[in-house]
Design a binder for this molecule. Structure first.
Ligand SMILES: NC(=O)c1ccc[n+]([C@@H]2O[C@H](COP(=O)([O-])OP(=O)(O)OC[C@H]3O[C@@H](n4cnc5c(N)ncnc54)[C@H](O)[C@@H]3O)[C@@H](O)[C@H]2O)c1
Length: 297
């Protein structure tokens, strides 16, 4: 494998493009929004600067990594010749089903189609294509250049060969891939999201404030960041959509999203990316604190 396309240049897409490019792959970073593409490449450049400052890579490594990435706003042009597509567009089922339907038509038969979805069924996405054996979940963690895990999700029809290829590829990227089966939330979010939701409900019921809840989970459970801070970091819209997948997938009220997170998302308070969530990120003060703490933690 040499040529990779990443769809979506947002929080996850730019990180995925970064790690592939840094490992020497030719990367096409595709987004419908020019603004996201500009922001995505600026983020990659800033993160590479940080690595240069820490003497983890050289200025030449940075230049070479950036040179491996081509920005693209046209899906057809971006994926025409690639060996692998990693889709990291917005967490919306209809959007993803449409993207995979289009990819199946545009991409050569050899191309493996991976999705970075946090929770949407790989089996359902694969069923939109004529190559369900070549569709797989490749769930990177945020921030991608730092986090070790890639949760590899086998859909009902994903072949053993596709799984082997993607497991090996993830190791090439310096990651630790872990194979799981396709059930709502997979493993990571089936366990993480109920914890975040419970933290939001704890706040909603007035048991304690934001700082108190996060301090208890950080210092008491040795978590690198508190659940509310983590929710801001992930994006409250992303959290809510994962909670809805769990709720609808299991039909169990224990997964019902807190009304507080529903209200916050409706009001456009999405966490770091919108400037406000459980914390105030105006003038980027908190945002800086969060990423610095996380990156060094
Ligand atoms: N945020 C996290 O911590 C996290 C962690 C793991 C997985 N994920 C998953 O990664 C995916 C992306 O999440 P994110 O947080 O990066 O979202 P984001 O909102 O930061 O970025 C999504 C990007 O997709 C682009 N997009 C939307 N429709 C598109 C299309 N048709 N073609 C090309 N680009 C399109 C948007 O313009 C945007 O730039 C989601 O499936 C999410 O569940 C997120």
């Amino acid at each position: 494998m040499k040529n990779i396309a990443v769809i979506g240049a947002g929080t996850m897409g730019n990180g995925i493009a970064h790690v592939f490019a840094q490992t020497g792959f030719n990367v096409r970073l595709i987004d419908i929004s020019e603004e996201s593409l500009d922001k995505g490449i600026a983020t990659i450049s800033k993160n590479l600067d940080r690595m240069v400052a820490k003497e983890k890579i050289t200025e030449t490594d940075k230049t070479n990594t950036l040179a491996q990435i081509t920005l693209c706003s046209d899906l057809k042009e971006g994926v025409a010749e690639v060996d692998l597509v990693v889709e990291a567009a917005t967490e919306n089922i209809n959007l993803k089903l449409k993207i995979f339907k289009d990819l199946d038509i545009i991409c050569p038969p050899k191309t493996i189609l991976a999705t970075n979805t946090s929770s949407i069924s790989i089996t359902q996405i694969a069923a939109e294509t004529s190559r369900p054996e070549k569709v797989i979940g490749m769930h990177f963690m945020n921030p991608v250049p730092i986090m070790q895990l890639v949760e590899i999700i086998r859909g009902y029809s994903t072949s053993a060969e596709t799984t082997r290829t993607i497991m090996a590829l993830s190791k090439t990227l310096g990651k630790t891939p872990t194979e799981v089966n396709d059930y709502p939330g997979f493993v990571a979010n089936r366990i993480l999201m109920p914890m975040i939701n419970e933290a939001i409900e704890t706040l909603h019921h007035g048991v304690a404030g934001v700082e108190e809840i996060d301090t208890i989970m950080k210092l008491g459970m040795a978590h690198p960041m508190g659940p509310l801070q983590l929710a801001d970091f992930i994006g409250l819209d992303v959290c809510l959509s994962i909670m809805n997948v769990l709720y609808n997938g299991f039909k169990n009220p224990k997964y019902a999203p807190s009304p507080l997170v529903v209200n916050m998302v409706t009001a456009g308070k999405l966490g770091i990316k919108s400037g406000e969530g459980f914390y105030d990120y105006s003038e980027n003060r908190k945002a800086e604190t969060v990423s610095k703490q996380f990156l060094t933690g």
